[in-house]
Design a protein around this ligand. Structure first.
Ligand code: KG4
Ligand code: ZN
Length: 342
């Protein structure tokens, strides 16, 4: 019998502040994963400036794609399809990657596959753990999203809960700014929390209604800001490391508690973390401990696969490709695209 043909996907990601391209073989084998980060540029402004992000994507994207193909030792003609993030994200930023993907698909006569950014984050787990398969419970925590998603099969997602206000990463970034740690706040709080006391300040744990899988982090963020202002007004010193550790403990307890509860309720014994905040060391270790207690398997992508990258988009595009999904050249960027929507 003839061997099954290998499928090569060129993937492009430009939804926020990273211009990224990757070549992925058969969904799970990363031949190249090139990321041009704009973080240093946005740091000057304390957060992502959409207009600057779009312009920078325009400058970088050709080079990033060329490098991705070069590192994989492959040509555009050898690709089976072009995968691209078409939402959610910053519309101007998304449009740069999408226009590029369409141009390449048209010029090389390749199928175009639009990918949901969150689906990409979830699929990072398939790259990390080659045997990992649905069904499982996914916790997606990034700068823009906090979703609890039941993944019943490849490409089949049921959103059980999401944030009602700030995303987890957004809360990290805002708290970091308030305690003078700069942008992006997540990694800085993570590092500071390692030397701080998590029980120094008692911040709220917001679990919302008993049966809800939604999250809410703006109350916690406000509690931290109020605490900082009160201390300053009273002329008391603040210990940023203690605040970082106490805030982080509060976030992590809620994330772990809700994810374990959702897994039990859906009868799954596998949990996957995804998104930038999934590289948080406290979240990883607390989730691991909770999973061991329950006899669950935990999948966590390496940090480079947690934050925005194109390899995860290539993986998601592969599963769409083998399911027969193809998009037309009229595919538009959708900044508020819902998971599972096409
Ligand atoms: O997934 P991502 O790269 O971009 C979005 O799609 O949003 O996530 C970026 C977010 C930022 O808010 C950043 O502060 C957070 O992930 N982050 C972390 C850590 N590393 C990145 N948050 C907590 N701990 C970390 N180690
Ligand atoms: Zn992301």
């Amino acid at each position: 019998m003839e061997d099954k043909k290998d499928i090569y996907i060129l993937a492009i990601e430009s939804s926020c502040d990273e211009t990224a391209a990757a070549v992925v073989k058969n969904g799970r084998e990363v031949l190249s994963n090139v990321i041009s980060s704009q973080i240093a540029l946005h740091t000057l402004y304390g957060g992502v400036v959409p207009e600057i992000a779009s312009r920078k994507h325009v400058e970088s994207i050709d080079g990033v794609i060329k490098t991705a193909l070069g590192e994989a030792g492959m040509k555009l003609e050898e690709m089976d399809a072009i995968g691209v993030t078409y939402g959610p994200g910053l519309v101007g930023a998304l449009l740069v990657g999408l226009a590029e993907a369409k141009a390449l698909a048209y010029a090389a006569d390749k199928p175009l596959i639009g990918v949901h950014h969150i689906e990409g984050h979830i699929c990072a787990n398939y790259i990390q753990n080659k045997d990992f398969e649905p069904p499982y419970m996914a916790l997606v925590v990034s700068g823009g999203h906090s979703h609890l998603v039941y993944v019943s099969d490849y490409g089949k997602y049921e959103i059980l809960g999401h944030t009602r206000d700030d995303a987890a990463g957004e809360a990290y970034d805002k708290v970091a700014r308030a305690i003078g740690m700069g942008y992006p706040g997540g990694p800085k709080i993570d590092a500071a929390a390692k030397i701080g006391n998590p029980n120094a300040v008692k911040f709220p744990r917001v679990f919302l209604e008993e049966d809800s899988y939604d999250f809410s982090f703006s109350g916690l963020k406000s509690a931290v800001l109020n605490y900082v202002n009160k201390q300053k007004m009273m002329g008391e010193e603040i210990v940023p490391e203690d605040i970082a550790a106490s805030f982080q403990q509060s976030v992590v307890e809620v994330l772990v508690g809700k994810t374990i509860k959702a897994a039990k309720a859906h009868g799954v014994k596998k949990i996957a973390l995804a998104g930038g905040v999934a590289s948080n060391s406290a979240l990883r270790s607390k989730m691991q401990a909770a999973c061991e207690k329950e006899g669950f398997y935990l999948s966590v992508p390496s940090p480079i696969l947690c934050t925005d990258n194109a390899a995860m988009i290539g993986c998601a595009a592969y599963y769409e490709y083998i399911a027969g999904v193809r998009d037309g050249l009229d595919l538009n960027a959708n900044p508020s695209l819902r998971l599972g929507q096409r």
